[in-house]
Design a protein around this ligand. Structure first.
Ligand SMILES: NC(=O)c1ccc[n+]([C@@H]2O[C@H](COP(=O)([O-])OP(=O)(O)OC[C@H]3O[C@@H](n4cnc5c(N)ncnc54)[C@H](O)[C@@H]3O)[C@@H](O)[C@H]2O)c1
Length: 365
């Protein structure tokens, strides 16, 4: 039996991870931690998990806890990860994994040195359509990639974002919150981003409840990926905003990722998790192509793809990947190293914006 604890028992712990671990064989969420007693009580009532603590150090002392999910505000990811791996616990860390690259690298090195499994919760890698897209790009189905593009446009208007709008708690705004997943798409589909120029904007200094925001609500990156074999880098354009007024929130907003290659193009949207748009050179323009059933669940996952809402259920596969890696003593995919690679891009974007210039992204290995 693998015992798991949630550290941070807020929205994402309850929505993604508790149902995800419930599907994993010989796995049990044995404890919940949240610094807010009211959140803890609500989570305990909702899940029936009675072992609770407001102090993560108490949770890390427990012998029945083999692994933890760190789903707190971003500024706590690094200190809690370091404490967890020092206690010999396997760690899944929510994105963005850290406040900056040095912190992220410290987490990777400490987890490796402790010999524990480590994972970044890049949830959208587990969307069947993204897994199929990655397969197609990597087998050369659209030839040599020219362009990578990702757009995440939502309407959150002036909603109070809580810790997400405070730099010392979140690190960055829309970039860490939404664009981090899209940076990871680029790394997954194309390879490492090598250089970039970025722009950020905050249009709302004050959000609902008269609360100050000191972070970006719009971000854009133009990127160059690792060189192609002929020496020309693949181009990348990434843009994300919470202020696409009238576009809607969550699944109602735009969430597009596209790769154009020498032989064709593939367009993906999270809203259609079982479908891609594919166009081929000299063939018909973009057409809907269903994702083949063998891609509907992550390999080995016991999840029944016909059960539940496909817009939600793919998320549970990330918890299976974590548990399966622990059980088979192999690296998780995506690991904390993938989280650190995204962090290197985000740090470079902040530097680019501060100095108004192109920046080389540090290599993370
Ligand atoms: N992978 C995804 O798709 C995805 C989606 C949403 C959020 N996230 C990430 O998950 C993390 C949590 O986001 P959320 O939406 O659940 O936020 P949330 O505010 O709903 O939950 C965070 C919880 O952490 C608790 N907390 C704060 N300090 C703590 C401490 N010292 N010890 C224990 N608990 C503490 C808070 O009380 C809160 O309940 C963030 O890093 C966010 O970026 C990832």
């Amino acid at each position: 039996m693998i015992g798991v604890a949630m550290i941070g028992s807020g929205a994402i712990a309850l929505a993604n991870h508790i149902p995800g671990f419930a599907l994993c064989p010989d796995t049990k969420v044995v404890a919940l931690c949240d610094s807010n007693p009211a959140t803890l009580e609500k989570a305990s009532g909702q899940t029936g998990i009675s072992v609770t603590s407001t102090d993560y150090r108490e949770i890390l002392k427990r012998d029945d806890v083999n692994a933890v999910v760190i789903a707190t505000p971003n500024f706590l990811h690094a200190p809690i990860t370091l404490a967890a791996v020092a206690a010999g616990k396997h760690v899944m860390v929510e994105k963005p994994i850290a406040m900056n690259l040095p912190e992220a690298l410290q987490m990777v090195r400490a987890a490796d040195a402790a010999g524990v499994r480590h994972m970044t919760a890049f949830t959208y890698r587990f969307v069947p359509a993204m897994r199929y897209m990655s397969h197609l790009v990597h087998i050369g189905a659209i030839g040599q990639p020219y362009h990578f593009r990702a757009s995440r446009f939502q309407d959150w208007n002036d909603r109070n974002l809580g810790w997400r709008q405070v730099k010392k708690l979140a690190g960055s705004g829309e970039m860490g919150d939404m664009l981090s997943h899209r940076i990871d798409y680029g790394h997954l589909l194309i390879g490492d981003i090598r250089s970039l120029v970025a722009d950020f904007r905050r249009f709302l200094d004050v959000r609902q409840g008269n609360s100050a925001s000191d972070l970006d609500d719009w971000v854009s990156i133009i990127a160059q990926f690792e060189s192609r074999t002929d020496g020309r880098p693949v181009s990348g354009v990434l843009e994300s905003t919470k202020l696409a007024t009238g576009r809607g929130e969550g699944h109602r907003g735009l969430d597009l990722c596209e790769v154009n290659g020498s032989e064709g193009s593939i367009a993906y949207t999270t809203q259609k998790p079982l479908e891609l748009q594919i166009g081929k050179r000299n063939g018909p323009d973009l057409q809907s192509v269903p994702v083949p059933p063998e891609f509907w669940v992550h390999p080995g996952s016991p999840r029944d793809p016909k059960k539940g809402d496909p817009l939600a259920t793919f998320r549970y596969d990330q918890d299976f990947e974590f548990i399966d890696a622990i059980r088979n003593e192999r690296a998780c995919s995506p690991s904390l190293l993938d989280g650190a690679k995204a962090q290197a891009v985000m740090d470079s974007a902040l530097l680019s914006e501060a100095e108004r210039r192109w920046v080389d992204v540090p290599r993370v290995e």
